[in-house]
Design a protein around this ligand. Sequence first.
Ligand SMILES: O=C(O)c1ccc[n+]([C@@H]2O[C@H](COP(=O)([O-])O)[C@@H](O)[C@H]2O)c1
Ligand SMILES: Cc1cc2nc[nH]c2cc1C
Length: 351
Amino acid sequence: MTLPDCWTRPLPRTDEHCREQARQRQSVLTKPPGSLGTLEQIAITLSGQQATATPAVDRVHIAVFAGDHGVCAEGISAFPQAVTAQMIANFAHGGAAISVMARHLGASLEVVNLGTVGEVPDGLSGVVDATIRPQTGNLAQEPAMTESEVGAALTAGDHAAQRAAEAGAQLFIAGDMGIGNTTAATALACCLLGQNPDALSGPGTGLDARGVCHKAEVIKRALGRHGEDQSPMGALASLGGLEIAAIAGAILGAAGRRIPVLIDGYIVSVAALVAVRQQPELGQWLYFGHQSAEPGHRRVLDALASSPLLSLGMRLGEGSGAAVAVPLLRSACALHNGMASFADAGVSDRS
Ligand SMILES: O=C(O)c1ccc[n+]([C@@H]2O[C@H](COP(=O)([O-])O)[C@@H](O)[C@H]2O)c1
Ligand SMILES: Cc1cc2nc[nH]c2cc1C
């Protein structure tokens, strides 16, 4: 099995000197210390991550990872599997929410197709074909993937991070598209956090209460089959998804190339949880864009000791909840780089 370096190689450290300089600059800007709240922390953290006195997130790279899920055979989604492939075409044609947000932000957007049941037309602009298999195994009955398939998906994610680095990205966003992937994400989260599926299962694209109960029962079967193995690789192979594994590889690959990552909603956060379990230092490179309406997200965010920037009741995926938070990071940079100091502006500091 071939695993990308990002899975095992220690991550770089952030630059403590630049971080300290940024902290000192924040303390002399014309405002009561701390009055810009989280925006101050963002500017300080970005300075350390980017090893610069002038942090910026002008160049944003968004990679949406798509894959289908065999567990759809259990009737766990409100939508048909065909939507995954159809949405890939919609991303490419510019009509999806993330397509609009990418244009709005001036961000580059690519779609990485790890494998869909529906056919994706050849030659769609911005779509990378990284097909591993048409869909995962039905995780209620069999492992979702082999470890070598997980390795291939991690590598596809790492390659997306490499393209982001080559494009000079200052911020990386991973998005997900995969009908049925809230079931896989919940199975993974329950496995890694030792939680009961009744506590974490939610409506996904729109199940009713009965549908959510059925989904929790399907996840219980999967966890019973899987057993006690809480290793990131074991959990990903048994309970994960092609796109979830690729996202874990992409996040690790971005951090490994010193690119901070803005995490999206429930599915991307679960991929981040897997990646953090593999490389605990990864947490230093992550921001969390929003808290999804999917009920399990809060528990996953708590396990990652993270505070989301926004809570808008969104539950779309695609990277959309990260994209809407980009203007906050840009505001943090503009304030940090552009404000006058007390000395420069002739404003009296506190006595
Ligand atoms: O990101 C989220 O928080 C989120 C929450 C619920 C659903 N989704 C999206 O909806 C799809 C999965 O929903 P489901 O019900 O088919 O498991 C998948 O394409 C996700 O991107 C995404
Ligand atoms: C239409 C549609 C768009 C999506 N985008 C991400 N997940 C999705 C699920 C559906 C059903």
